[in-house]
Each structure stands twice: as C-alpha cells, then as structure tokens.
Design a protein around this ligand. Structure first.
Ligand code: ATR
Length: 269
C-alpha cells in the first residue's frame, strides 16, 4: 500500500498561518490522505538536515526563511533564483529543489480577471513580495513601475529586472492601468492604514492588494469607492498554495475548496 505523504510549513512564527487549513482542506477533497503540518524551527539549516533524514515529501517556506533556505537546497529553479526567494521545496529522488510559486499565484489570479500584456502596473513596495510580482508581470509582458518609500530599493529592483521606478513622493503624478500593493501596510491589526493616498486611486482602472487579512483592506475599500475594479490578496494566496500542490502531487487542486476554507476562517477572526 502507498503510504500517505506528509508536507510541512517552515516558518517562525507559524501559529496564525492559514496554510495548514487550506492545504488539509484540499487534500481531504482530493482524497489522497496526505497531511500538512506546521513546523516552527529556530534554525532553518538544522531543520533541513532533519527533514532530509525524515520522510517529508515537500515543504512550504515562509517568513523569515524564504531567502536563507536557498543555501540548503540542491537546486533552485529559474523563477526562484531571479526573485531571490524560495517558498516551496520539492523532494525528488532525495534531492531538494526550491521553487517560488508566489509569482505564479499572483499571475494566475490576475490573468483570469484582466489582460496583463502591455498594461502599466504601479507596484508599491520593493521587498520580496514586490520581486515576485514584478517577475510575474514581466513574464506576462506587463509594464511594472516600482514605487517605494526607500527610493534606492525601488531603483535597485528596477535596475535588476529592467523596469521603471519612481520615488514615493511622485506617486501623485503616476498613471497606470493597475495599482498593486505589495507592502504589509493595511494588514491585521493595522487595518486603518493604506499604502497610498486615496486621491490617486481614480487614476487606476484596477487595484490589487496582496494583503489578504483582512480580505477587504482599507486600500481596496477606498479603491472601490473611487470606481476601481478590486482584486483581493486571497487569489494570490490560494494560487501559490495551489501551485505547490501541483508541484508536489501532479494533480489539479480544488481551488474553490481552498478559497472557501480560508474565507471562512478569515470571516471568523
Ligand atoms: P516582503 O518580503 O513581504 O515583501 P520586505 O522584504 O520586508 O517584505 O518588504 C516590505 C516592503 O514594504 C518594503 O518595500 C518596505 O518599504 P522600504 O523598502 O522603504 O522599507 C515596504 N513597507 C513596509 N512598511 C511600510 C510602510 N509603513 N509604508 C510604506 N512602505 C512600507
């Protein structure tokens, strides 16, 4: 008999992560008997050594290990290498391979809702999440403009990926088809904050927030009031998890079940 597979989340802290709930809901629906557990190591190198000796079939990687994990893997795929962060580890024939499914989750969800090619995206933030978003947009022939409080970081990211950037003070003058927030501004418990002044929102047809707790952030509420089509961070979160399941199992995950599980829990928080 084939033994059930175990997948792990590696992060610190992980107690409030919605990934175990989302993945386990998917595995139950898929009837594959797999399970997904949250692990909270202090030392990621030591955790990987333990995982190599055990029977973990794959892992999700989250804050603060997305960058440091890279030095402990046997191979890193092209996307994760360019983004500079790994959120997924696959074990194949004893080898650990690093992937980044954040950009795929972002692109898959957005593509279903709007054309990306040739459109101008104002990306707020220049951290790891922004790198995944910019990488995904460029793959789809979108035109990102990076705007960040620390201008040097925006300039560095833009130079590396070959796209435009602007200092945050000039956000009032920028035009685009879609605004994308990649910063944590507006995330629980600071739900009254928005990363951009609401006066600029009528300039955009679409607004995306990658923050998904709360689902309707202050930015999305203001964008909706300004007439934008809004896209919540739930799509990217579910999409990155779905791509992990495709990588690990080769099967198509039940997106609706995953989305329901997360929405229900967020509604109760
Ligand atoms: P992540 O991996 O989630 O992207 P990160 O690498 O720490 O996290 O990056 C967070 C991004 O959000 C940064 O671009 C940061 O701006 P700075 O580069 O100027 O620090 C941005 N950010 C965080 N808090 C912010 C705030 N209160 N206002 C504006 N930008 C903020």
């Amino acid at each position: 008999m084939k033994t059930a597979k175990t997948y792990a989340l590696l992060g610190n802290p992980v107690a409030h992560s919605l990934s175990p709930l989302m993945h386990n809901a998917a595995y139950t629906r898929m009837g594959i008997g797999a399970r997904y557990v949250a692990l909270c190591p202090n030392d990621i190198g030591e955790a990987v050594r333990l995982l190599r000796g055990g029977d973990i079939a794959g892992a999700s990687v989250t804050i603060p290990f997305k960058v440091s994990m890279m030095e402990y893997l046997d191979h890193i795929d092209e996307g994760a290498r360019q983004i500079g962060a790994v959120n997924t580890v696959c074990r194949r024939d004893g080898r650990f391979t690093g992937h980044n499914t954040d950009w795929q989750g972002f692109v898959a969800d957005l593509k279903a809702r709007m054309d990306i090619g040739g459109k101008r995206f104002v990306v707020v933030g220049a951290g790891g999440a922004a790198r995944a978003v910019v990488y995904g947009l460029l793959r789809e022939k979108g035109l990102p403009v990076v705007v960040n409080k620390t201008a040097e970081k925006a300039a560095g990211l833009a130079a590396e990926f070959g796209c435009s950037w602007l200092p945050f003070e000039e956000i009032g003058a920028v035009l685009g088809d879609c605004l994308v927030n990649t910063t944590p501004v507006g995330m629980f418990p600071n739900m009254e904050a928005s990363p951009v002044p609401k006066e600029i929102l009528p300039r955009f047809r679409h607004a995306v927030d990658i923050v998904y707790n709360p689902i309707r952030t202050k930015l999305l509420q203001e964008a909706e009031a300004a007439g934008c089509v809004t896209h919540t961070g739930l799509g990217m979160f579910v999409g990155q998890g779905a791509e992990q399941i495709r990588l690990w199992t080769g099967m198509e995950p039940p997106l609706d079940v995953m989305k329901c599980a997360v929405t229900e829990r967020l509604g109760r928080l």
